[in-house]
Design a protein around this ligand. Sequence first.
Ligand code: MN
Ligand code: MN
Length: 301
Amino acid sequence: MLDAEGLESTRKAGGIIAKLRKDLPRMVSPGRPVVKICEELESKIRELGGQPAFPVNVGINEIAAHYTSPPADTLTIPQGSMVKVDFGVHVNGYLADTAVTVFFDPTFEPMARAATEALDHAIKAFHAGVKLSDIGRIIQGTVERYGFRPISNLTGHSIERYAIHAGKSVPNVPQLLNSSKALEGEVYAIEPFVTLESAAGSVANLPDAYIYRFVKLKGVKNEESKRVLEDIHKRFLTLPFAARWLETKFSREVATRGMKDLLEKKCIGSYPVLVEETRKPVAQAEHTVLVGKDGCTILTG
Ligand code: MN
Ligand code: MN
């Protein structure tokens, strides 16, 4: 439950997102390097008085989540693609999270619309006391009416200070064993993911991972790695970060060597890139909401 200061900071984070969501379609175009999109959005977040809550995720076609540009990324937005841009902002650790889908082939329009409409319907039903499994039922029902399939193993989530995934899940399908309810004053990200009816409707890990998190300070001997780890701990705490972000303090060589050592020593962990299992395209919509007695308030739009 947020106190007055927490609420104000969360609203500020949401306000920064609401503003940037409007600029976002202009930032994404075929041929544009993905790293430019990540860096532009991250620097605009800072200019507006927030911090990125996690590295900007750019998910192209069948990539559902957790792709951010690694150092020296050469990836560009493909012609005719569908792109999810998922980004978050924090103000003193108070977070808001959002995602927008843009597409460069009109055949993707219904899938993107199904995600947006599923999110709208979920938000309309969201209030103190609602069973989170029922939100999953609403999302699935909306998506299926469009002739698509929701991704069943990706979920929305409760949000707390410095915790993007604070423990409660908002499923995109009904979960019979999930009896959790939303409580007044809680903050949630709701995020339907939609794919083709012929797809598996689930995501799997790729071998690559470009987003990391701090795990522990102990267990590393090398002085250079220690300096990298201390910087990570100080700057990002529990929040996810990108290797790119270390390059404001360290050379690419030092950062890369340090990260490799820290991953081996399990001082940091990583989030693998998530791909739709049958390699079918994925759309996503996401807003962060504050739960009220009779409804909820969208903080990010
Ligand atoms: Mn998100
Ligand atoms: Mn989220």
